[in-house]
Design a protein around this ligand. Sequence first.
Ligand code: APR
Length: 311
Amino acid sequence: MAKQKVTIIGAGNVGATTAQRIFDKGYADVVLIDILEGIPQGKSLDILESGPVVGSDSKIIGDNNYESSKNSDVIVITAGIARKPGMSRDDLLLTNMKIVGEVTKNVCSYSPNAILIVVSNPLDAMVQHAHKISKFPKQRVLGMAGILDTARFKSFLADELNVSVNSISAYVLGGHGDTMVPVIKSTTVGGVPISDLIPSKRLEEIVQRTRDGGAEIVGFLKTGSAYYAPSASIVQMVESILFDKKEILPCAAFLEGEYDINGLFVGVPIKIGKSGVEEIVTIELSSSEQKALKNSADSVKELTEIMYKND
Ligand code: APR
């Protein structure tokens, strides 16, 4: 039986690492596309040649054209420029809007039934734009950010409390930026509310480190932004789709009234399966968290207004 097919646009740090992670597991064939000649071909060949060692029989090819992506089950868009020190994700807006628009048009024409995962930043605005350009139904377009922000939050909490990351239950919602909303009310460690375990001042510091998590990495790397945790987060979404796992994960999804937000992509818990967004899950928020989520949605709205001011 033919394996399912995942196409990744952008063979840079995030795209190539995602390709490698999926290839290593061997459950899907991978197509890696980039505008730079030779880069997707060279990286794909290198990954392919690791097959006998890691035990993967997946196929992986690199290309500068989109035809090889035909009939993909899942498309991941990572094309664009990444942040340099001192840049916010929003500084990337108009450059990445152009890139994401162009690649979405190309890739979706070859795979009209695929599920589209957008990763390029600023995430919430880029997924909004990809949705518009693809003309795909809202269920088949989603953005990766909440899993990453949540993973950062959980990593810091696990470190603070010296417990396994697997014992922590948490969600970071909202836009992928300074206004993201770690939901303290539903954060538990082994079922115990986090506010019983960490004093509120220290918790606030951990929340702030989570908000600055991307910038902390950019500060170290200097020439680019994070890609190991982002690619792991993408793969969790891809697997929930390909294996119809129906995991409930925080992702950017198009809201039409849920959480009192309308017509915008914002990070919320969703049930993710073979049809994409199968349900938007409503969790209880405190009134300050609800306010923070609304505030986060307003910042996403501001970016979409900049993108479409000449429409
Ligand atoms: N078509 C295809 N690929 C493109 C295009 C395009 N029009 N424009 C740029 N690219 C490619 C670049 O050639 C590069 O190989 O996108 C790739 C981006 O890779 P990196 O610069 O390594 O950036 P990366 O760290 O992978 O981040 C990609 O994900 O997390 C976000 O903020 C990040 O928006 C950024 C994106």
